[in-house]
Design a protein around this ligand. Structure first.
Ligand code: SF4
Ligand code: ZN
Ligand code: ZN
Length: 310
């Protein structure tokens, strides 16, 4: 079947929510232009920005590095580098680290690796064991997410970064919207924007250039570009509520193409009202570590103190 865009190439992908059928060349350029449009629409970068890309080694983050590298080539004053956080998950992170290292080297971008062990004194595997011993409620992903977010911010700041780009896709965003609702915390939606506000000098602005691209399209992008990515799933992933939400949303999307976009658009529309409700929360510095936080003690410190590792 011929590509509906160039009318010449053989279609390799049928886009269910738009009716397009695209050849590999038109598909790849459609993804790149979608990311360019997102960056422009949300004013994500300045031409001279020093941009850190959080590269876990998975398909989304390696593809993001690939796409941003192409886009930023047009801005000679911009700088791009990669950060990988090694959480310390046995049998999982090693392959990812190799992938991130190899792709950064291929593009010739600086690659920084920081570990939970180095930053907090414990690997995630050790944290999980302590959590289990103490019978605490939270799952591995809760600790992992909070500690990784903090780690990325600290390393990005130490490197004099202007923006920290993460590879959250449309799927991640739709899942996050649903998770905030399922956790009974819709106000959090005010804070999960495609570009975070510049609210504190110690908090690097985070941008999500892939947030309008479905995960399966990022996977196809990686495949067609010949990008190698980590194949082993995280051993803790199946325990998370996010995993159940992912399965449910994939089923909904299969039966009703476009629902993930609709969920993310709904959150975008609700956000101004939620932001107005969240106003006045201002950030201060954590009494324990000095990092920005909404309360007296930041979430990473609370978690580590509860485990008695601080
Ligand atoms: Fe961390 Fe959970 Fe992701 Fe594994 S699945 S890397 S534990 S957030
Ligand atoms: Zn084409
Ligand atoms: Zn703290």
């Amino acid at each position: 079947m011929a590509c509906t865009s160039c009318k010449k190439g053989d279609a390799v992908y049928a886009r269910p929510y738009s009716g397009e059928r695209l050849c590999s060349k038109c598909f790849l350029s459609s993804i790149e232009s979608k990311v360019r449009v997102t960056i422009a629409k949300y004013d994500m970068f300045e031409p001279q920005d020093r941009i850190a890309v959080a590269v876990s080694g998975g398909k989304d983050s390696v593809s993001l590095l690939d796409i941003l590298f192409k886009i930023e080539r047009a801005f000679p004053k911009a700088e791009l580098f990669a950060i990988t956080i090694d959480e310390g998950i046995k049998g999982y992170r090693d392959e990812a680290l190799d992938v991130a290292r190899a792709y950064s080297a291929k593009l010739g971008v600086k690659h920084i690796v920081a570990s939970f062990k180095g930053l907090y004194g414990y690997e995630l595997d050790e944290v999980v064991k302590m959590v289990e011993r103490k019978g605490l409620d939270l799952g591995p992903c809760s600790y992992c997410g909070v500690l990784r977010r903090r780690a990325l911010n600290v390393i990005a700041r130490e490197e004099g970064t202007d923006k920290l780009a993460t590879a959250h896709t449309l799927d991640d965003e739709a899942q996050t919207v649903m998770l905030n609702i399922l956790h009974g915390d819709p106000i959090r939606l005010a804070r999960t924007k495609p570009v975070t506000e510049d609210v504190h000098p110690k908090l690097i602005q985070r941008v999500k250039p892939l947030f309008e691209v479905p995960e399966r399209e990022v996977a196809l992008y990686a495949y067609l570009r010949g990008i190698k990515f980590q194949s082993v799933p995280c051993p803790y992933a199946s325990r998370a509520l996010r995993n159940d939400v992912r399965i449910a949303l994939n089923r909904l999307e299969h039966n009703h193409p476009g629902v993930k976009y609709a969920i993310v658009r709904s959150a975008e529309r609700m956000r101004p009202a939620l932001e107005a409700m969240a106003k006045g929360w201002g950030l201060r510095e954590c009494k324990s570590c000095g990092e920005p936080t909404a309360g007296d003690v930041c979430k990473p410190c609370q978690m580590l103190q509860e485990l008695k590792v601080l």
